[in-house]
Structure formats: structure tokens, C-alpha cells
Design a protein around this ligand. Structure first.
Ligand code: THU
Length: 160
């Protein structure tokens, strides 16, 4: 038996103002996108903004459905839109802001497992790290330099 230890490094900023202007702007776009979230069932609204290497910013928000599993998270709405609209562009950075409309969320909200898997696909496809920033409606911001920090032991095309 061999023990394997997996280490991930994340950076926690006390407030969005501690981050460079470019990231603040991206988070502002995510905040705007969050306003378009359609979340009548969970009352939990998420916005995501993606910066591409062609300088375009693509945004998305969660879209729910009366048939619950048919809804989609903000991160996947955004990343699939980026892939559909700019298939050759590389994804550089993603900003995510999330929280309930029932109370103010100040805890950073990481992307769910399914979204991590979707983001991983693009990181592998483009062979370049994607920086990910996530926060609640207010408060601390967490930065990951690569999706791999959020999803070690990724399932990707190399195993197929
Ligand atoms: N949601 C996201 O948009 N992103 C995540 O990473 C986690 C969850 C959405 C899905 C659903 O509309 C609501 O948040 C509650 O789960």
C-alpha cells in the first residue's frame, strides 16, 4: 500500500479591492450577469464571466427549470457559450459570484463538481491553465491558478 497525498494551493483575498483592476472588472461583469439568473426554485443566483485571449468577455447565469435537472449552472452556461461562439479562443480567466436571495452570502462559493468537470475539459483542450476566482455576494475572494487545484484526479480524454 502506498499513500498518495494531494496538495492544492488557493489564494484567499480579503476583499475584491485587493485584486487587480482586470479581475475586479471581470467580477463586475459576473455580478451583472447574475442579475439575469433565473432561479425561482432555489432562489440561489450565480453569475460567471469568462475572459478569452481574444479580449472578449462571455457571461452566463444559472437557468432553472420546473423539471429541476434540466436547469444549468452559470459556469457551464458561460463556458459552453464561449466554446460555441469562440471555438478557437483560449479561456484565460473565470470569475464567479454566487449567493442566495434569501440572505447575504459572504462565503466564497466554489463551482460545483459538474462545472469543475466542464471547465476541466476546456483546460485540457486548450492546454493552458484557467484562473478561477470565486466569491459570495460580498467578502473574501478565492483564486485558483488552475482548475486542477479544484479537481485533482481529473477524468479527461487521456483515459479514453
Ligand atoms: N449553481 C450554479 O449556477 N453554479 C454552481 O456551481 C452551483 C449551483 C446553481 C444551480 C441552481 O440553479 C442553483 O445554483 C442552486 O443549486
Amino acid at each position: 500500500m502506498k499513500e498518495i497525498k494531494i496538495e492544492s494551493t488557493l489564494y484567499v483575498y480579503n476583499a475584491i479591492e485587493e485584486l487587480p483592476n482586470e479581475i475586479q472588472n471581470l467580477m463586475n461583469k459576473a455580478t451583472q450577469a447574475r442579475e439575469n439568473a433565473y432561479a425561482p426554485y432555489s432562489k440561489f443566483k450565480v453569475g460567471a464571466a469568462i475572459l478569452l485571449d481574444n479580449n472578449e468577455v462571455v457571461t452566463g447565469s444559472n437557468q432553472e427549470n420546473a423539471s429541476y435537472p434540466s436547469g444549468l449552472c452559470a459556469e457551464r452556461t458561460a463556458i459552453y457559450y464561449a466554446g460555441a461562439k469562440f471555438p478557437d479562443a483560449k479561456i484565460l480567466k473565470m470569475a464567479i459570484i454566487a449567493g442566495s436571495t434569501k440572505n447575504v452570502t459572504s462565503k466564497p462559493i466554489p463551482p460545483c463538481g459538474a462545472c469543475r468537470q466542464a471547465i476541466a475539459e476546456y483546460e485540457v483542450k486548450q492546454d493552458n491553465h484557467i484562473e478561477i476566482y470565486f466569491m459570495g455576494e460580498t467578502g473574501k475572494v478565492v483564486k485558483s491558478n488552475s482548475l486542477k487545484n479544484l479537481l485533482p484526479l481529473v477524468f479527461d480524454k487521456s483515459v479514453l
